[in-house]
Design a protein around this ligand. Structure first.
Ligand code: HEM
Length: 401
């Protein structure tokens, strides 16, 4: 036994030396477990991981390296580092994790490419006039039901780490009937819902490739837009409860600039406080707190997590980050636009961002023209009441529906 120890000690020593001298070239981070594959698994909480990532940011710096399932993960905690890595060097850090569960097995990948064309800032402004046209939704609407089910299936399939096939793409070839392949059934049901969403709302089911593309983009648009816009609207309402003085300041501005009609997107430039309020709502609660990217360096194949929540709450960037203070975005403030954090980075940034900002602005402007939002009895899940601000507000709403 003694001679084998003589060999083993320098071997293990050599491995540890190589391992840690290589590690020291990477950004710092909490030490991973020495148990194979475990890495930092037990250091990461199950919920609100972004808060732990921000704590690590304070301890280790802008970039923090951790390990999971034998893979390296680099967390970006500050706006400047994210700009440098994900915007300036976008081409080398913009890879998306493959995510076969949602992209291939539920076949959503192709439609994403068409989005950038359709929803550029210029094209979005062309849709302003047609926002109210279209199909009128009825109670328990069958099309909305299909859309909601398809959206749920897509969002659930896209959860990072939810399906082993995302880590081991070769699993996509195993048939549904094999034990342990229940993800194939989930994927098939998601695919069927996606097909229904792309065909049922339309009069005919057979048409040109062009029409198929339009249907597909509409389906992805619903799946990506409904929840995100709804979530930002909820944040706006919560913020109005949290900061009644900001609500009052926005209403004063609306009353001063526009009277006797509902505001529209054309009024935007005349309403700097309301614009600042919408920016602050995007910053205050992030709809998507973490972005996941794949990079080629530090070292190749590293997964990159952009801690968007941490950037928006970095006191080095935004003073008193937990306060809802639209004033911070008035005048020449020199602060990063929260939209550049909330909507992702570089080539991977959200193609629906202009539409989303317009929608949130319109919702805030119209709501604050007609209503005062105040707390109802209990704060969680924050029931609140919308009281008409003046008798004419009812006419404004009725005349515009
Ligand atoms: C407040 C509302 C919204 C927020 C905060 C938001 C945020 C984001 C973010 C952070 C991403 C990048 C995700 C990633 O790849 O890491 C993204 C992607 C995407 N968003 Fe949005 N989004 C919003 C609204 C919308 C709307 C209204 C649409 C459609 C009209 C839309 C369509 C998309 C699509 C299609 C992608 C995938 C882009 C790609 O695969 O490259 N989003 N969104």
């Amino acid at each position: 036994m003694f001679p084998s120890l003589l060999f083993a000690v320098p071997l293990i020593g050599g491995w540890l030396y190589l391992h840690y001298s290589k590690q020291s070239r990477y950004p710092p981070g909490p030490r991973p477990s020495l148990i194979p594959l475990v890495g930092n698994l037990f250091d990461i909480p199950k919920t609100q991981q972004w808060k732990t990532f921000s704590d690590w940011g304070e301890q280790y710096g802008d970039l923090v390296m951790i390990q999971l399932m034998g893979k390296k993960i680099c967390i970006i905690n500050t706006y400047n580092a994210a700009q440098a890595l994900l915007t300036v060097k976008s081409s080398i850090y913009s890879d998306r994790p493959a995510m076969p569960m949602v992209n291939e097995l539920q076949s959503y990948a192709r439609q994403r490419k068409l989005f950038d064309m359709g929803f550029s800032a210029r094209n979005t402004s062309r849709y302003h006039g047609i926002i109210n046209l279209g199909y009128s939704i009825v109670e328990d609407d069958p099309f909305v039901r299909i859309a909601q089910q398809a959206q749920l299936a897509m969002v659930s399939a896209a959860r990072p780490g939810a399906y082993l096939v995302d880590l081991f793409p070769v699993l996509k070839y195993i048939p549904e009937w094999l034990p342990g392949a229940s993800f194939q059934k989930v994927a098939r049901e998601g695919r069927e819902l996606s097909t229904k969403l792309q065909t049922k709302p339309f009069a005919t089911e057979q048409d040109s490739e062009h029409d198929t593309d339009i249907r597909a983009v509409t389906a992805v648009m619903y799946a990506t837009a409904a929840d995100t816009i709804f979530s930002s609207v909820l944040t706006f309402i919560l913020a109005m409860l949290h900061a009644p003085e900001a609500q009052k300041a926005a209403q004063d501005e609306l009353d001063r600039v526009i009277s006797h009609r509902l505001p529209g997107l054309d009024d935007r430039t005349q309403l700097p406080y309301l614009n600042a309020l919408v920016k602050e709502a995007l910053r205050w609660e992030l709809v998507i707190p973490l972005g996941v990217y794949n990079g080629y360096v530090i070292p190749a194949g590293t997964t990159i997590i952009a801690n968007q929540w941490g950037m928006a709450h970095d006191p080095g960037t935004y003073d008193q980050p937990y306060e809802f203070r639209p004033e911070r975005f008035l005048g020449n403030h020199g602060l990063p636009d929260p939209a550049s954090i909330a909507f992702g980075w570089g080539k991977r940034a959200c193609p629906g961002r202009y539409l989303a900002e317009d929608a949130l602005f319109l919702f805030a402007a119209m709501t604050l023209t007609c209503f005062t939002i105040s707390p109802a009895s209990r704060p969680v899940p924050f029931p609140c009441s919308f009281a008409l601000r003046h008798p004419k507000a009812k006419d404004l709403i009725d005349n515009n529906l």
